[in-house]
Design a protein around this ligand. Sequence first.
Ligand code: WQD
Length: 335
Amino acid sequence: MTCTLLTGGFGYIGSHTAAILAENNQKFVIVDNFTNCKKDVVNRLEKITKQKVNFFEVDVRDTEALVKIIKENKVTSVIHFAALKSVSDSIMRPLEYYEVNVKGTISLLKAMSYSGLKKFLFSSTAAVYGEPDSCPIDEKHKLNPLNPYAQTKIIIEKILQDISKADNEWSIAILRYFNPIGAHQSGLIGDDPLLKENSNLMPEIIKVVNGSINYLNVFGNDYETSDGTGVRDYIHIMDLSEAHVTALEYVNKNTGLNFFNIGTGKGVSVLELIKTFEKVSGFRIPIKISNRRKGDCAVCFADPKKANDILDWKSNHDLYQMCESAWKFVIKNRI
Ligand code: WQD
């Protein structure tokens, strides 16, 4: 019988992955310190999974507590979501990002090795590529971190590579996410962080919809793209979560270390996303063209071929469905 430990399992990606694991009757246990998610996510996840969720309010830097949880729950694999994830925030307080992301991961890896546990999925990011030389981006593309957040992810990837070289019994999948948006079909869970400074595009659109800001700043319309605005690879949160479930299967059956770019392989501009959201919601999003945002690149989208072939995974929701699910989460929760 397998049991997967989800660190940060009540966060945006963790909670959606938990919902799919439950649907597949796969046992899991969550540790979360609730610094970036509402406690209400527990009840909402239990409503979706129709079962009590086994969780511990623990910080991943508490190695001893992790060893106890791994042992008592007979954990057989780990998906590590817990991290601080705001690019802009990481520039302001880099030390906090190294403390939580890097030190937290080392604590978790130590707890795993004390327990003889060697099956690991790591939540990484396309931000490790920085300003790409070209798109689509495959896993061999050079790394070029432009901020402390991305730097923490690269340091952890290097640690994992060294562990894998030192002990080939470890089985590690490093998932580099592109831009997750949308929500679970129930409308009960979605992208609703406690730390609101993360100015990602979809949460900003939702702030316009719920009236907390009067218009959306479009950061630059003079890029070399079809309409001058930034192009990204937006992926439905359910497709991204599904990728974790297939990668977990792969990690449970193999050893060694693999990187996977998890995206749709399609680039979408800021204005295209806004237009689609307007079509879905019937809501007009007032915009103001502002200066480019420091650290932004013009175009960034994935070549997901490796994940398609090795994990037998591919995204299957389009932009309209992504916006539809995000809109349903808004109207169901008036966030
Ligand atoms: C997308 C596009 C902006 C807000 C970051 C991280 C990445 C991942 C996803 C964690 C860009 C434009 C945005 C706004 C805008 N996070 N934009 N007005 O920067 O591609 O990626 O979040 O893993 O690691 O780097 O996402 O949503 O912030 O921006 O015009 O108010 O929307 O310029 O073109 P980004 P984003």
